[in-house]
Design a protein around this ligand. Sequence first.
Ligand code: GDP
Length: 321
Amino acid sequence: MKKKRVFVAGHKGMVGSAIIRQLSCRNDVELIVKDRTELDLLDQKAVDTFFAVHDIDEVYLAAAKVGGIHANNTFPAEFIYENLMMECNIIHSAHRHGVQNLLFLGSSCIYPKLADQPMTETALLTGELESTNEPYAIAKIAGIKLCESYNRQYGRNYRSVMPTNLYGMNDNFHPDNSHVIPALMRRFHEAKVNKDSEVIVWGTGTPMREFLYVDDMAAASIHVMELSDDTYHSCTQPMLSHINVGTGVDCTIREMAETMAKVIGFKGSVSFDSTKPDGTPRKLMDVSRLADLGWMFTTDLEGGLTKTYQWFLENQNSFRN
Ligand code: GDP
């Protein structure tokens, strides 16, 4: 049997590495990966040459410049530029060199700040975006539209998955630039080690977020990539390329912080710094399309935090900041 040649762009990142863990167990897949020193995804010529010489059958586009609310607010130029460039380079060159199947990983922040909850796929482009991450969201919307355009004009099979807030092993645990789960995991852990009596959480604690463990995201991505055309199109509108991925369950930041304290074993108090931005008030995905396509999450928040904390304890000495 000829193995399919699968390129995972961003294989060292949190989601890309989870996809690799799952695909490497498969005997019908030959994985192709390149790290940053071998292939600069911002370099159009290099990316095009890569696709010209490797006979790729499928692409998982998991490479992205990502960060939490503070990083997005502080480095908007890098967030829009790097994401747009990587998407354009990879999607266009994949098409030019005959790759028929591609899965683009987006984000729930593509939806309007005040979209009806839970957010359906059709909420895209129906209202204003959340200002703290608008440049990133615009780049991700462009990625969806790139996929749809190559499907419409050239009959490609480029699909997109829009994950809710993800967390898990290989996340970025930077104290300021990371997302809320890794940031708080580190802060609670350090407070426990230092025997501090209080941990400060940004914002008011009232925003609601939905969290998905990264291994579930990888499984959902592979599931969507491998659906037959007929099944896929039975649940999406003609030419629509994006599908929400989440749990369909959310909680307040305060509740998540309380679960975090329990998992880590921090016994002190939790307080809130309301001078820090809350971001969007609520971001809950409508995951009924994905459910109709036969996929559901398996790891709940406490279980996922427990696995992530185990990984954190084993790897914290290798963090660069
Ligand atoms: P968002 O979903 O795009 O807003 O991404 P984040 O993960 O950065 O933030 C989610 C929510 O957690 C926001 O309301 C933040 O204000 C709140 N939050 C609380 N403490 C922290 C923290 O230490 N880091 C981050 N990134 N967010 C925090």
